[in-house]
Write a protein that binds this ligand. Structure first.
Ligand code: ZN
Length: 248
């Protein structure tokens, strides 16, 4: 798959050169190969109330995303975890039960990470490579610990405009406005399929399909989050990037 993609990119680049040389109309082909990626991420799940709905919409729209799971929820709803994995989404660690890491002991921080990795590995056969701290709040201890176990330390998100996010229950139109305002090539977008959003009006969920369509209309395609060795300035210095989904 990777080979094909590289070959296609090379072909598109060659077409672009030809187009520039000949003035021909093959620029569109080159643009198709280089669509900017955006990464939708869903935190705090899985939840029996909303995760299946989110997965249904993503499947219907042909979108792959990244789910940062709480270990306690993963253990409680293993079928949803299996479905997330089976449908080609990426799974990350979002702690066991969502404490603010700066408020808990180092031993507890380690346990929050380890227990969640173990629970997810027991269900999917694979431990996560990505960590997102609850509230985005890391500690030097936990960040260093992640490195020692080969995980990417602390995936944050693009947050330039700061409109109310989905967890603040602003309604479908304003969640869409928030996402569109934060959309930029390589942006990691913070959304939720559990936690605070479960208290929002269910009509808010109409944002998801509409926002996916609106992002595509702006020329974006959807990627998943992957570890990166360098800090990514687009997403508050996260050691992570948005990449094309495997096999996509
Ligand atoms: Zn969270």
């Amino acid at each position: 798959m990777k080979k094909n993609r590289i070959a296609f990119a090379a072909l598109a680049a060659a077409s672009l050169v030809m187009a520039l040389l000949t003035g021909g109309p093959t620029v569109a082909a080159a643009q198709a190969a280089t669509k900017p990626l955006i990464g939708l991420t869903f935190d705090d799940g899985p939840s029996p109330q909303r995760t299946a709905f989110v997965l249904d919409v993503l499947k219907q729209k042909g979108v792959k995303a990244t789910f940062f799971l709480e270990g306690s929820h993963a253990q409680q709803y293993p079928d949803l975890v299996r479905r997330i994995k089976a449908e080609g989404h990426v799974i990350g660690n979002h702690s066991w039960n969502h404490p603010d890491f700066p408020d808990i002991s180092q031993a507890s921080q380690k346990l929050q990470i380890d227990r969640t990795n173990a629970a997810i590995k027991a269900i999917t056969g694979e431990a996560p490579k990505l960590m997102r701290f609850p509230y985005g709040d890391s500690t030097p201890y936990a960040t260093n610990y992640l490195k020692t176990i080969g995980m990417s330390g602390g995936v944050i998100w693009h947050w330039d405009v700061g409109n109310p996010g989905d967890f603040e229950c602003p309604g479908a139109t304003r969640v869409q406005r928030y996402v569109m305002a934060e959309a930029t090539p390589g942006a990691i977008i913070l959304l939720h399929d559990a936690g605070d959003v479960l208290s929002c009006s269910s009509s808010q969920w109409a944002y998801l399909a509409k926002t996916i369509d609106a992002l595509r209309a702006k020329g974006y395609e959807f990627g998943v989050v992957a570890p990166s060795a360098t800090a990514n300035p687009i997403n508050q210095g996260s050691p992570a990037v948005v990449v094309a989904p495997a096999g996509g």
